[in-house]
Design a protein around this ligand. Structure first.
Ligand code: MG
Length: 389
């Protein structure tokens, strides 16, 4: 029996993770759950899975949860970041699935590593912001970081096909998002509603916009650098609109090993829970005949400059990636609110990076400080652009 904690249980990944638990009641037991602000959905999850510990974004949300639960023996020790830490480091937990969006769970992931938990990582911002700090801690503690992001999960699987020293490069696939094929000038006028229509994956709002700008792939390039300890030149991206090939690795002899599967996050989540075993799954078999033609193309970095900005951050000292991520987290909500144009997202990020002199990052406090200043800078830059919408 593997005992799990899920950070972000009411989100898209969190709900898929609970579906994996439902499919394997004899192998998985929910010990901890944490969610943000959706009291209603979270209360029903807590009543169904009866975790030992739970938490929400604020003391107010925890109070409403307590009211919704009535008489219950679930511990609600804290809220916000402290609550995430309490759930992630509960002594009975073996595996922590980090499926929160953004950077709220950074402390919780480090606390879980410190407590020797296996980390199933669905959140890419944690590694983009603090990849050096997190991977150093995991190495020190001998803790596994198992990627749930479908591309990295694919790479993790493909890497079993050879010896690490014989790896030539990895190739992350990108769907290209809903605006694939559009020119830079056509993108000036696209709306948030259009951007939220992802062609192949159903996901949360932030990551769906990141997919439309290709920033999601940029963040994944940085994520891959940390997960697999790779040089930027050993990480390539190819656009593959069907999302059937989830990613691939190329070996020294030119052999390419790919992982394919249905586009359902239950697959990589279950892999992370079951690893190193493989369990049967209720998912349908991949039907390659029905999938039809599989296409591959180079990314259009002129129309979608965010991918190049991520490579730029990767080649610079670590703080550049913190600024890239912070500026993106400021710009995306402004676009969703209609206050910033779609290309404005990349403009805010580029200007925030131009204004920052990258430095090495050693501690979480330093990460938080760079992040805070970068957000201020990005907000100022965005205000200057808002009037042009
Ligand atoms: Mg992905």
């Amino acid at each position: 029996m593997k005992r799990i904690a899920i950070l972000g249980s009411t989100g898209s990944i969190g709900q898929s993770a609970l579906a994996v638990v439902d499919a394997h009641p004899d192998r998985l037991r929910v010990i901890g759950l944490a969610a943000g602000e959706n009291v209603e959905r979270f209360a029903s999850q807590v009543m169904q899975y009866r975790p030992r510990v739970a938490s929400m974004a604020s003391a107010g949300h925890v109070a409403r949860l307590r009211q919704a639960l009535g008489a219950s023996d679930v511990a609600l020790p804290a809220a916000g970041r402290d609550g995430l830490v309490a759930v992630a480091s509960h002594p009975d937990v073996d595996i922590v699935l980090c499926a929160t969006s953004g950077t709220e769970a950074l402390e919780a992931v480090l606390a879980a590593i410190d407590a020797g938990k296996t980390i199933a990582l669905a959140n890419k911002e944690v590694l983009v912001m603090a990849g050096g700090v997190v991977t150093a801690a995991a190495r020190r503690k001998g803790v596994s970081l198992l990627p749930v992001d479908s591309e990295h999960n694919a790479i993790h699987q493909c890497l079993h096909a050879g010896h690490r020293g014989d790896l030539r490069r990895i190739v992350l696939t990108a769907s290209g998002g809903p605006f694939r094929g559009r020119s830079a000038s056509q993108l000036e006028r696209v709306t948030a509603a259009e951007a939220l229509q992802h062609p192949t994956w159903r996901m949360g709002r932030k990551i769906t916009i990141d997919s439309a700008t290709l920033m999601n792939k940029g963040l994944e390039v940085i994520e891959a650098r940390w997960l697999f300890d790779l040089a930027p030149s050993a990480i390539d991206v190819v656009v593959h609109p069907q999302s059937v090939v989830h990613s691939m690795v190329e070996w020294a002899d030119g052999s390419v090993i790919a992982q394919l599967g249905v586009t359902d996050m239950r697959l990589p989540i279950q892999y992370a829970f079951s690893y190193p075993e493989r369990w049967t799954s209720p998912l349908p078999s991949l039907d390659l005949v029905a999938a039809g033609r599989l296409e591959f193309a180079a990314p259009d970095t002129r129309a979608f400059p965010c991918l190049d900005l991520a490579y730029r951050a990767l080649r610079a000292p670590d703080s550049a990636a913190v600024v890239l991520n912070a500026a993106n987290e400021v710009a995306v909500p402004l676009f969703l609110e209609g206050r910033l144009s779609f290309p404005g997202i990349a403009r805010v990020i580029q200007a925030a990076m131009d204004a920052h002199a990258p430095v090495a990052v050693e501690t979480l406090d330093h990460v938080r400080e760079i992040d805070r200043r970068a957000r201020e800078s990005a907000r100022t830059i965005a205000r200057g652009l808002e009037s042009t919408v």
